[in-house]
Write a protein of this length. Structure first.
Length: 416
């Protein structure tokens, strides 16, 4: 799909071709762009050190990126009165380079079970314009994608961003996804099966589309700009209607042999007499710690009257010291801790990042979940695992979706 829409890269594609060899040039361009993903400003000499490229290659690539408006030189700061001069080497001082955030944009689309979140972001995944679309229960895939494409077009139009500066769309989809084919194989919460989401949206929006499981997309956002920036391995654990994990190794998403890596919501915790799960098994982690599961348990408690859903009232009551509410959340937090311990024992991530309901209620779930994690991991691995709450809060999904587009169509563009 990326190659079909090469012309949308606003001139960057031209940097990938030429007599020097498109494959080598593409590799070099990716190395340079990735250096700016994590560095606010970098000199040409530093770029050569970071990427291992020759000064000639750096000069040629930087010249093209400046010409396309993607990079800009940063003027040296003036020396304040009384400040000693900065030592200089021989020759002209090196000017630093920086990525121009508004040089290009990406549209992130996060499909949840009942809502779709959209955001047009800059090159650092910072939203310029956001919107939310509510999906009616039982909506067909065709109707949902029609509504999503219409709302996406409205967001693009309202942003006033020239269409030529929009690199493409990143789609964080629910369930099992095939990024290579662009097919959403199964989305249990939506009742979708074998839906060609990429072809459908790209045809309607006339933009390239990259798709990934929505929790993996969140893991990518944390890897690029969040708690996992400097981590060698990361597990993003998301809880809402379901429970899932996005895994990243050395900055790359790990999907597993058949795209099913990270389905921790379907770890069996109660082998007999457990509640039946959407997957058909019983006693899955999802049946114990998802929003729906905790909400069903909370409905049996005598909670104080208050605003919002039973889940919101449960959290309010627990924060107010209501004993039954605290006990219920402690119980479910211990189940969550067992799930986290399983992730640590099998995957051994450097950092675990919590999102969704787990992030929102981590002040209540964290103590018992963390204690259980520490107790139940092999050889003390849990003690050495850093635990964070997502920095993006409710926008984790849509920023992650934008990260997919930025990765596919900017930071790692195809050479063909």
């Amino acid at each position: 799909m990326a190659r079909r829409w090469g012309q949308r890269l606003g001139g960057l594609r031209g940097l990938l071709t030429g007599s020097t060899g498109s494959t080598i040039r593409a590799h070099n361009l990716r190395a340079v762009l990735f250096a700016f993903l994590r560095q606010e400003s970098v000199s040409r000499a530093q770029l050569a050190q970071i990427t291992g490229l020759s000064s000639t290659s750096i000069t040629n690539l930087v010249r093209g990126l400046i010409r396309q408006g993607v990079l800009a030189e940063v003027k040296p700061q003036r020396r304040r009165a009384g400040q000693p001069p900065v030592p200089r080497g021989v020759g002209r001082p090196q000017r630093a380079l920086r990525l121009v955030p508004d040089a290009r944009f990406a549209l992130g689309v996060h499909i949840d079970v009942d809502r779709v979140y959209l955001a047009l972001t800059d090159l650092y995944g910072r939203p310029r314009l956001t919107d939310t679309l509510t999906l009616t229960e039982g909506i067909s895939a065709a109707d949902a994608l029609q509504q999503i494409s219409e709302r996406a077009a409205q967001v693009i139009a309202a942003s006033a961003v020239p269409p030529g500066l929009i690199l493409g769309v990143g789609l964080g989809a629910s369930g099992l996804v095939e990024p290579e084919t662009g097919i959403n194989r199964i989305a249990p919460g939506l009742g979708w099966q074998d839906v060609p989401v990429v072809d459908t949206l790209s045809a309607r929006l006339r933009l390239p589309v990259a798709v990934e499981n929505n929790v993996r997309a969140m893991a990518l956002a944390e890897t690029f700009w969040g708690a996992g920036q400097n981590a060698s391995s990361l597990a993003f654990i998301y809880g809402r209607v379901g429970v899932g994990a996005g895994l990243a190794l050395d900055g790359k998403l790990y999907r597993g042999a058949n795209g099913g890596a990270g389905e921790i919501g379907h770890i069996t915790l109660i082998p007999t007499a457990g509640e039946r799960c959407r997957c058909g098994n019983t006693g899955c982690l999802e049946t114990l710690v998802s929003e729906a599961a905790i909400g069903r348990a909370a409905a049996h408690l005598d909670l104080p009257a208050g605003e919002g859903s039973v889940l919101e009232r449960l959290l309010q009551a627990a924060r107010g010291g209501h004993a039954d509410a605290v006990n219920l959340l402690d119980e479910r937090a211990r189940y969550l801790g067992i799930g986290l311990a399983t992730v640590v024992t099998v995957f051994n991530p450097e950092v675990i990042v919590l999102g969704g309901f787990f992030a929102r209620a981590w002040d209540l779930l964290g103590p018992a979940a963390t204690a259980t994690l520490r107790e139940r991991t092999f050889a003390g691995m849990g003690e050495r695992t850093r635990i964070e709450v997502t920095r993006f809060q409710e926008q984790a999904g849509v920023i992650g979706a934008a990260a997919l587009a930025l990765q596919a169509f900017f930071f790692e563009p195809s050479e063909t």
